[in-house]
Design a protein around this ligand. Sequence first.
Ligand code: PMP
Length: 435
Amino acid sequence: MNHDQAFWLPYTANRAFWKSPRVIKAARGHYYTADDGQQLLDAFSGLWTSGLGHCHPAIVSAVQEQVATLDYSMGFQVTNDRAIALAREVADLAPAGLDRVFFTNSGSESADTALKIALAYHRARGEGQRTRLIGRERGYHGVNFGGMSVGGIPGNRKVFSAVMLPGVDHIRHTYSHADMAFSRGQPTWGCDLAEDLERVVALHDASNIAALIVEPVSGSTGILVPPIGYLQRLREICDKHGILLIFDEVITAFGRVGAPFAAARFGVTPDIITTAKGLTNGVVPMGAVIVREEIYQALMQGPDNAVELFHGYTYSGHPLAAAAGLAAMKVYREEDSFARALALEPVFEEAIHALKGEPHVIDIRNFGLMGGIELAPRPGAPGARGYEVFLKCFEAGVVIRNGGDILQFSPFLDSTPDELTRIFETVRDALRAVA
Ligand code: PMP
């Protein structure tokens, strides 16, 4: 057969896509160029990946230089200087006490790596019965079996429900329209939802529970912002019961919430942080798991020093990815990106909340440079309205993301107020057109 449409797009209605494909051929700064030459303002920083803008010259030249110097180095027993240097920088940036960095190639791999580290840690300390894992309803931790199991997005789980990891519970998410709709930043209502963790602990006994994984601010499920005090309360309950707290910061790290990590912004230090995306500004795939020193040390105290963690990837610490990561860290520093993002947050908040009252808008949520506009679903066709708004915006030259009927925004860390105005004016026009 003709293989022009052999490419199977992830998370996409492929049949619809191939009727009118949207193909990007170049990008620079805040704009994509489509294959027909159309200039598109990117309102999503890639896929939460590229906060510094596309094809940042410093990252491009670092990768070019690296590929011509060292293309690959064996990852087991041997490593490369770039990976060592990047681990140091990431640990320097991480909350105090999180001193060890394990490299992966994606957010999904980071989630599964973190869960395995949690189990190995308890076992190394003689608490091998601590195997249960806890996630949240609507949580997203990637698509591998571990992350999918602790994740809570029904559509992602449906087909695979028979083969999820055993011993997983989901606590409630921090979501309730009635009490929280149109909150700006952190909702004042809902801190008590953290107590749902005590329910699960009581059900299974803490001595059987290994870890809780949460996104500090949930992204893909539609920008769910933690109520004031909620993450602090989760931390307290985990401490009380010896449960490891994992923050999935695949989206929230590296400036997205105006800080190096959401942990710093919220003043809550987890035991393990997972990251990806902004680690290399999306330029080369890479993820990382940042681990509290005590956890690492527990795994170093085994009876022999042969292999402390039977886990890793062919491309863990890949030199090209690490070079991109090092260049990204340098740019974050030199451009003061995290502080700029924080300064832009109120402008972004005003711009997105200006759409309150537009057709079908039932909620608007924001934190850092993450924002969501939730639309009432069209009866009998959930997601259709969000998709139509996405298409209208694309036609008008602005790339947003729709997660079903929730429009999602993730502007660049150095977006201009004018760009934000253009983005939300385009969305407003699209909402009116679709209405
Ligand atoms: N965790 C979170 C919080 C994410 O947002 C994502 C991706 N959007 C992932 C994990 C999975 O990352 P990847 O697609 O790189 O596997």
